[in-house]
Write a protein that binds this ligand. Structure first.
Ligand SMILES: Nc1nc2c(c(=O)[nH]1)N[C@H]1C(S)=C(S)[C@@H](COP(=O)(O)O)O[C@H]1N2
Ligand SMILES: [Mo]
Length: 368
């Protein structure tokens, strides 16, 4: 594990371990405050309040979402918006934030009631014309965070009400009750959307007319325009830049890695591998290409068969590439999803280094 911090706990598995299975058992950890203790999270007494613009305020025990709503299962990638920040700071310029490599992502099977069913039980109390601008806010007041007294985020109400978006209140991860690290007893899972909105240790759901006012929604997790160069010049842009929601299409090369010595076979080939992620609602990933001549020509990679529903999941890919030693040892990867979203070569730099999705890259390769 690359541990970026232990207090709060922020760490990511090494890429080979992360990619050892399609469903991730040991994923990354991203915390803006201490992990709650078991005493702070008593399954018997934990309540989730549902309030705001609803006809009936609900106070749900943990047994309620489990026993009195249909359970929905979704396999999706959960990724920190800061995944690949290291690549933005090393290929473009310095950014502000934890130096995540490409392991701040996990692909898991989540299970619990849909947020839509919960909201329907409470009843949305808004005019039709108010719905497009409304948000559903999530909060956890269990522990104090570094920059706010609680953790919170929100998503557009329309996403929550659209069954095809599969927003769930997860009680289980990979067939087991959540563990504390990943949000026990209940967390939000919003497929296609930045992990920052997947509030752990959830205790409140509010239908409201504006975004969550939590620090991590308003003053963090925004792709600020390039004119925001430092803390001071960023000031006016926090209010005018939307919070990150959908994550961009992406791919990374897990083998070989930058600086590796690779063994070419008799025909000058080497096998490379990696993962790819769809952009927002655009999944599944339908194409991954690799290039050893800095994007002049591309070779189609083979996408592994992971079953028939990969709308929200990552996919693993592999390709055998021929090296022209004169071109030097660099491989790039580029993913495209079903909606036609494709990785750009050089996405715009942003101060917080979020949503980096430039071509996947393994460079400075040496040949054996
Ligand atoms: N209550 C709470 N929820 C939270 C966070 C947090 O610090 N506190 N971090 C968020 C962020 S930024 C991410 S990327 C994911 C990380 O989830 P994980 O720790 O299960 O990997 O949880 C989100 N939910
Ligand atoms: Mo995150």
């Amino acid at each position: 594990m690359a541990t970026h911090d232990s207090q709060p706990l922020n760490k990511e598995p090494p890429i080979a371990k992360l990619m050892s299975s399609f469903i991730t058992s040991e994923g990354y950890d991203r915390n803006h405050g201490p992990l709650p203790s078991a005493e702070q999270l008593d399954e018997g007494s934990h309540q989730v309040l549902v309030d705001g613009f609803v006809h009936k305020t609900l106070s749900l025990s943990i047994a309620d979402p489990r026993d009195s709503f249909p359970q929905h299962e979704v396999v999706c990638a959960l990724q920190c918006a800061g995944n690949r920040r290291h690549d933005m700071r090393t290929t473009v310029k310095e950014v502000d934030g934890i130096d995540w490599l490409d392991g701040a992502v996990m692909n898991c099977r989540w299970r619990g009631p849909t947020l839509k069913d919960i909201l329907n039980r409470a009843g949305i109390n808004l005019e039709t014309s108010q719905i497009p601008a409304a948000h559903v806010a999530f909060a956890s007041e269990v522990v104090e965070c570094e920059k706010d007294l609680w953790y919170g985020a929100s998503i557009p109400l329309e996403r929550a009400l659209d069954m095809s978006k599969e927003v769930v209140l997860a009680l289980e991860r990979n067939g087991r009750p959540l563990d504390i690290r990943h949000g026990f007893p209940v967390r939000v899972i919003v497929p296609g959307v930045a992990g920052a909105r997947a509030v752990k240790w959830l205790d409140r759901i509010t239908v409201q007319l504006q975004e969550s006012n939590n620090f991590y929604m308003q003053r963090d997790y925004k792709a600020l325009p390039p004119d925001a160069k430092d803390g001071q010049s960023a000031e006016p842009f926090w209010a005018t830049t939307p919070p990150v929601q959908e994550m961009p299409v992406n791919s990374v090369i897990s083998h070989p890695r930058t600086g590796d010595t690779v063994k070419l076979d008799a025909s000058g080939r080497v096998e490379c591998r990696g993962y790819a992620l769809p952009g927002g609602d655009g999944g599944p990933v339908v194409k991954v290409e690799v290039s050893t001549d800095r994007g002049k020509t591309w070779t189609l990679a083979e996408i592994e068969n992971h079953g028939d529903d990969n709308k929200w999941t990552w996919v693993f890919w592999k390709a055998s590439v021929v090296f022209d030693r004169k071109m030097g040892g660099t491989i790039h990867s580029r993913a495209t999803d079903a909606l036609g979203n494709t990785q750009p070569e050089d996405p715009p730099w942003n101060l917080r280094g979020v949503c980096y999705n430039g071509y996947g890259e393994a460079k400075d390769l040496k040949f054996a």
